[in-house]
Design a protein around this ligand. Structure first.
Ligand code: FAD
Ligand code: NAP
Length: 312
């Protein structure tokens, strides 16, 4: 029987694991379907985590120490994808394909979010063959070549800058003339000589052949179509929350969500279901920052400790 099951090993899950184990809980397992670290491991840099200011380090390098620290204090990692969480009486069942359900007294769900697809004709066909959502993973394939990038948020513009160090030119295609990214990042991108902004424009179609993507059909605000010949397109248009583990078979949720499927919590990360906590990007109103996800995880773990003490 686990005292606490943590699902998802990004900044929220690892921070929850650290606080739960250092706080004295004995049997705490982090269920993470891959290597722990979360979304930030796909980022080329992180410069807004307090006390950490090193442009040379990637998100992957930044997260390395988090895992080591957690495991040192007794957190166990089980590399499994959890399909669902159920509550039976006072206990939770953690369901994993082809395994017996695992019982836990409390659960913290930290499954984060996943990059959205734009739904453009040809996007699925060429995903992995020219279309990507990870500049650190795939940028190098386009060394000294021209690439395009879709989106106008922080992720899009930060990754455009990163790609501009590798690629000969980066076309940023954005549907508006204003950006969601913070002004400092917008200014940095505008000053970069090999980044060209193509604004108030959408991608109508992604075309290519057996060797991959080669052409984007663009549509400007007046409806005029044009072709952009590039071998790579990076799509950075936001994320969907990974909430499936909290869904019943009929599609309803075991706890309250908002219209976007984000999980409602109070300031202590309690969900509407007793003993179930969430932390990080999956919760409603999450600022979607590493520092905030880590804070949520710590709060949730401290609340789990109180919850279990009240019942002992
Ligand atoms: P995630 O990091 O999404 O982690 C969730 C984890 O859960 C994943 O490891 C996933 O594999 C696992 N998981 C999901 N479902 C299951 C399941 N069913 N079973 C088991 N495991 C599961 N924030 C900043 O503060 N500064 C930045 O500079 C910054 N840059 C970013 C750059 C990029 C490219 C991206 C994509 C994001 C960036 N962010 C940045 C945002 C930041 O990464 C997120 O806010 C943060 O990672 C959220 O942490 P999380 O733990 O809630 O979720
Ligand atoms: P985001 O802020 O939601 O921005 C998504 C962008 O994609 C917007 O510009 C949006 O356009 C555009 N878009 C959405 N759907 C589209 C579609 N179907 N076709 C074309 N364009 C589309 O997402 P994000 O940039 O991934 O950031 C997510 C969160 O992580 C944010 O809270 C962000 O601040 C945070 N983050 C922070 C940092 C950092 O602090 N350094 C770095 C990365 C991410 P509109 O603007 O027109 O809606």
């Amino acid at each position: 029987m686990l005292e606490c099951a943590i699902i998802g090993g990004g900044p929220a899950g690892l921070s929850a694991g650290l606080y739960a184990t250092r706080g004295g809980l004995k049997n705490v397992v982090l269920f993470e379907k891959g290597m722990p670290g979360g979304q930030i491991t796909s980022s080329s840099e992180i410069e807004n985590y307090p006390g950490f200011f090193d442009h040379q380090k990637s998100g992957m390098e930044f997260m390395d120490g988090w895992m080591e620290q957690c495991f040192h204090f007794g957190l166990k990692h089980q590399m499994d994808e959890v399909t669902s969480v159920q509550k039976e009486g006072d206990l939770f069942l953690i369901n994993i394909p082809n395994k017996e359900p695992i019982k836990a007294k409390s659960v913290i769900v930290c499954t984060g979010s996943t990059p959205k697809r734009a739904g453009i004709k040809g996007e699925d066909e060429f995903f992995g063959r020219g279309v990507s959502s990870c500049a650190t993973c795939d940028g190098f394939f386009y060394k000294d070549k021209e690439v395009a990038l879709l989106g106008g948020g922080d992720t899009a513009l930060e990754e455009a800058y990163y790609l501009s160090n590798i690629c000969s030119k980066v076309y940023v295609i954005h549907r508006r003339d204003g950006f969601r990214a913070i002004p400092a990042t917008v200014e940095r991108v505008k000053k970069r000589e090999n980044i060209e902004l193509i604004l108030e424009t959408t991608i109508e179609e992604i075309q290519g052949d057996m060797s991959g993507l080669n052409t984007l059909i663009l549509k400007d605000k007046n409806g005029n179509l044009s072709e952009l010949h590039v071998p790579g397109l990076f799509v950075f248009i936001g994320h969907n929350v990974n909430n499936k583990v909290l869904q019943n078979k009929d599609g309803s949720f075991i706890c309250k969500t908002n219209d976007l499927g984000q999980i409602e919590t109070n300031l202590k990360m309690h969900t509407s279901l007793e003993g179930l906590f969430v932390a990080g990007d999956i919760r409603a109103d999450a600022p979607k920052q590493v520092v905030c996800a880590a804070s949520d995880g710590a709060i949730a773990a401290l609340e789990v400790i109180s919850y279990l003490q009240e019942r002992s």
